[in-house]
Design a protein around this ligand. Structure first.
Ligand code: OOG
Ligand code: MG
Length: 262
């Protein structure tokens, strides 16, 4: 019985994604008492459905890891989601506006994992030692919920609003950087909209990957070699419109851009 409801929620959210329409949040429409544990079970069902449909997981991602995001979304606890291969857009590429519901963009630092990282008790320093490369990224989030309005459990069930990702082309060794100090400037149509530094993400973005490893360990999972993992937005997310040109400039890591198509 319980399992049926969770499958119904997973299909409700994936169908909304595929049909590009917003839906009332799960805790209002289907299950007011949805727990965080159940929400991650829904997310696992979404992963299973995507894999069955022939998609591949690029890696988990972290979200809600900065004060800017906590203040913007009204949910102040970090969460994780999953990025799939069909979500990748090349640097300089086009995001067709009509593919999504109400997309927003945010600037992030990403980690290419060089060795498996298994919790509990993982620290940011251990993450850095096991990171092959860091690279800049723009994440396009697209909550399936009306007005991006959700509770902690709702957003977890909705795969942490994950929708598209543009990775930068420059891969750098983490030892060559102080990721705390890496500045990020997010502009739309040549106007600076948001700016910040790596330290906005839990003091150091490697701490977000450590937290992810520790969260996955509770379910017997780990951060795996070869995954490319977003550490969470440094700043608030910006609502996108057809025709927008988006640029994220990251100190020492280059520029990531895309255009929003019609
Ligand atoms: C949830 C996803 C948050 C981030 O980087 O903080 C996220 C949302 O804000 O809709 O991806
Ligand atoms: Mg994000």
């Amino acid at each position: 019985m319980g399992a049926e409801v969770l499958k119904k929620i997973a299909d409700y959210l994936v169908d909304a994604e595929i049909e590009k329409r917003e839906v009332v949040k799960v805790t209002t429409a289907i299950k007011p008492d949805l727990t965080v544990e159940e929400a991650y079970q829904v997310q696992d069902l979404i992963v299973q459905r995507k894999l069955a449909e022939g998609h591949r997981v690029v890696g988990p991602k972290m979200g809600l890891t900065s004060k800017a995001k906590w203040d913007q979304m009204g949910v102040s606890e970090p969460i994780y989601g999953h990025v799939f291969d069909y979500m990748l857009i090349e640097n300089g590429g086009v995001l067709p506006f009509t593919d999504l519901i109400h997309p927003k963009v945010e600037a992030e630092l990403a980690f290419v994992i060089g060795e498996d990282i298994e919790g509990p008790g993982v620290t940011g320093a251990q993450v850095l030692a096991k990171t092959a490369y860091v690279l800049p990224a723009l994440e396009i989030i697209d909550s399936r919920y009306e007005n991006f309005n959700f509770t902690h459990a709702d957003v977890i069930a909705d795969n942490a609003s994950t929708s598209r990702v543009v990775f930068g082309n420059s891969l750098k060794k983490p030892a060559d950087f102080d990721l705390e100090l890496v500045g990020a400037v997010l502009s739309v149509n040549g106007k600076v909209k948001e700016l910040g530094a790596g330290a906005a993400v839990l003091g150091h973005p490697a701490n977000a990957i450590a937290m992810l490893a520790n969260m996955l360990a509770r379910k017997g999972g780990k951060v795996e070699k070869g995954e490319i993992i977003l550490s969470g937005a440094i700043t608030s997310a910006i609502l996108l419109h057809a025709g927008d040109f988006v640029s994220g400039k990251f100190d020492g890591l280059g520029e990531v851009t895309f255009t929003v198509g019609e």
